[in-house]
Design a binder for this molecule. Structure first.
Ligand code: 4NP
Length: 144
């Protein structure tokens, strides 16, 4: 079975959305792929995704409320076929840890753009844009 790990900074806003969308699409389609997510940082280990991410996913019938944040480890680089960074800073940090099976999500239809970090957004506005960018890129990634 193929496996994909989505990685952002905190594993509470962006990568849980990517994991939830990918799992949802995999369940609906005929892919047989294991997905997970993690953060490069340790601050939010054990926490559920942020309320706005849970809300925006729920608006699209994707339940991410039971996910728990964890920090990426070097063991993940061999455990997963593909490591997917949500932005350039995550990409850089993963590369510095020695990750080679690494891609950037924005390379799948968004010309390499970063998925904006919504952690410092004021309010819910903006999460829909982040959601639709992640959804579009994850669809393209699974298609390829
Ligand atoms: P995420 O967002 O990387 O999309 O989960 C963030 C979450 C937490 C922090 C930064 C970004 N933080 O600095 O704690």
């Amino acid at each position: 079975m193929k496996s994909i790990l989505f990685v952002c900074l905190g594993n509470i806003c962006r990568s849980p959305i990517a994991e939830g969308i990918a799992r949802h699409l995999i369940e609906q389609g005929d892919h047989n792929i294991h997905v997970d997510s993690a953060g490069t940082g340790y601050w939010h280990i054990g926490e559920t995704p942020c309320a706005h991410s849970v809300q925006v996913a729920s608006n699209h019938n994707v339940d991410i409320s039971t996910l728990r944040a964890r920090q990426v480890t070097k063991a993940d680089f061999s455990a997963f076929d593909l490591i997917v960074a949500l932005d350039q800073s995550n990409y850089h940090d993963l590369k510095a840890m020695g990750c080679t099976n690494l891609i950037k999500l924005g390379d799948y239809g968004y010309e390499g753009a970063d998925v904006p970090d919504p952690y410092f957004f004021k309010g819910f506005e903006g999460f829909e844009n982040v959601y639709s960018m992640i959804e579009s890129c994850v669809k393209e990634l699974l298609k390829r």
